[in-house]
Design a protein around this ligand. Structure first.
Ligand code: MG
Length: 446
């Protein structure tokens, strides 16, 4: 008879008292005694190794961290995916975090996070935050496996049956976006992000003067703000009239226009009742623009996929300047951080909408376990995993009828095929976001 770890521990803890009370069968009693004897005198659980894996089974470089423990077969996985700087994250883990963690108690997640956060004195950067996330998420996975429970149980238990998601409908003309949106609606999605001609309608911008003049490089991206400002309200009008009033529509400005233009544009979009409009301003923009935006429109605003510092999200949440917090969980430092952000947000009626692009299936599962338990969950950005990703990450979340579903296995329920992952070595180029320019060549934010 197979007995799992949790039952074994429970029986060992009850020990001979429970046996004497007759609560255990003879066989269970014998097994408990064996486990107790087998573990007696052993040192407490320790972290024995930390490994980093780089892989790209789909379209994004992924960084996966494995934390191993002194209990044979007990380990956890975490997501540290910084798709454009994977080697730097791996180096931060191998060189600094791994020696710090070996020998420590994996049960002390919060203490390990706090002490690792401070260990380089300067902090809050994306690279080390991703390293911390790999550690933090792996430790939650380990704790779930030790408890023989899915992580969502450790976080407080489900408040919803599944995680409602949004998917992306793109195209370079209105009819293509409409067709892609209808396809997603047929798959069951209730929330769809619509984008015309790429971010800032870059594909509709035409040949730029700076390129004709030999300024910049051929591959640089041009955004003609006038085209974007004119076309986006047309897109919303078209999709509302062809896809109906029930579908929730989302859009990402991607910080590509001047703040005052973004405010005027969002006012125009209000009549089409968007679910949210994302990243109206770059994170570096003076926060007074949010106040100006708030005073002029009640269109819901999402912000924050580039945030990696509490000084960025605290004022916007506590000032009720946004409606959805979009933090990319690994860039903020992991599940433990996201848990705190979600509680802060709950107090100010801000809903969660964790960034989903460039996140590994382990990270998606961590997002989903949190999404299942927070009352102020808003929506989850989804990635539809290909067959290679499903093979590399057995047990990864599935999408059914527009909902993300996690399995009920202990931890996140996501495994990682290390050998198969090696068949998908990460791509070295392009690791840089391409330069984005106005028609005269002036560089703008991405
Ligand atoms: Mg975005």
């Amino acid at each position: 008879m197979h007995m799992n770890r949790r039952n074994m521990m429970k029986l060992a803890a009850l020990g001979t008292t429970a046996g004497a009370l007759g609560a255990l069968t003879k066989q269970e009693e014998a097994m408990a005694a064996t486990y107790e004897k087998g573990t007696k005198g052993l040192a407490p659980l320790k972290i024995t190794d930390v490994k980093v894996f780089l892989t790209i089974p789909q379209d994004q470089n992924l960084v996966v961290v494995k934390v191993e423990t002194s209990e044979p077969g007990l380990f956890g996985y975490g997501c540290a995916s910084y798709r454009r700087r994977p080697h730097l994250v791996a180096e931060a883990i191998e060189r600094y975090l791994k020696p710090f963690l070996i020998g420590k108690d994996p049960d002390q997640i919060e203490d390990l996070w706090q002490t690792a956060f401070n260990m380089s004195y300067w902090r809050n950067g994306s690279i080390f935050n991703n390293a911390l996330s790999g550690m933090d998420q792996a430790l939650w996975d380990i704790k779930g496996k030790r408890a023989n429970m899915p992580v969502y149980q450790l976080l407080g238990g489900k408040v919803r049956f599944a995680v409602d998601c949004y998917a992306h409908a793109r195209g370079d003309d209105l009819e293509t976006v409409e067709a892609n949106a209808k396809d997603l609606m047929n798959q069951g999605f209730r929330h769809i992000r619509i984008q015309l001609g790429g971010y800032g309608s870059e594909n509709l911008s035409g040949e730029a003067d700076y390129k004709k003049a030999g300024f910049g490089a051929r591959g640089d991206v041009t955004v003609d703000t006038r085209v974007y400002l004119e076309k986006l309200p047309e897109l919303f009008a078209h999709i509302r009239s062809t896809c109906g009033k029930q579908i929730e529509l989302l859009h990402d400005i991607h910080e590509r226009i001047n703040p005052i233009d973004a405010i005027r544009l969002i006012k125009q979009l209000e009549e089409y009742d968007p679910f949210f409009v994302e990243d109206p301003f770059p994170p570096e923009t003076p926060q007074h623009y949010f106040k100006m935006l708030r005073e002029q429109t009640s269109c819901p605003i999402a912000m924050g996929e580039l945030f990696n510092n509490p000084t960025e999200w605290i004022p916007l949440i506590s000032g009720m300047m946004i409606d959805f917090i979009r933090v990319h969980v690994s860039h903020a430092g992991g599940l433990s951080v996201a848990k705190k952000i979600s509680v802060l947000s709950e107090l100010f009626n801000v809903r969660t909408a964790w960034h989903g692009h460039g996140v590994s299936p382990v990270g998606h599962a961590a997002n989903a376990h949190l999404d299942l338990v927070v009352p102020n969950f808003g929506i989850q950005e989804v990635v539809q995993f290909n067959d290679a990703t499903r093979a590399v990450f057995p047990g990864c979340p599935t999408i059914e009828n527009g909902y993300m579903i996690v399995n009920e296995a202990p931890g996140y329920g996501v495994d990682f095929d290390e050998k198969l992952a090696a068949d998908y070595p990460i791509v070295e180029e392009p690791l840089n976001w391409p330069p984005i320019r106005k028609g005269d060549g002036t560089a703008i934010r991405p």
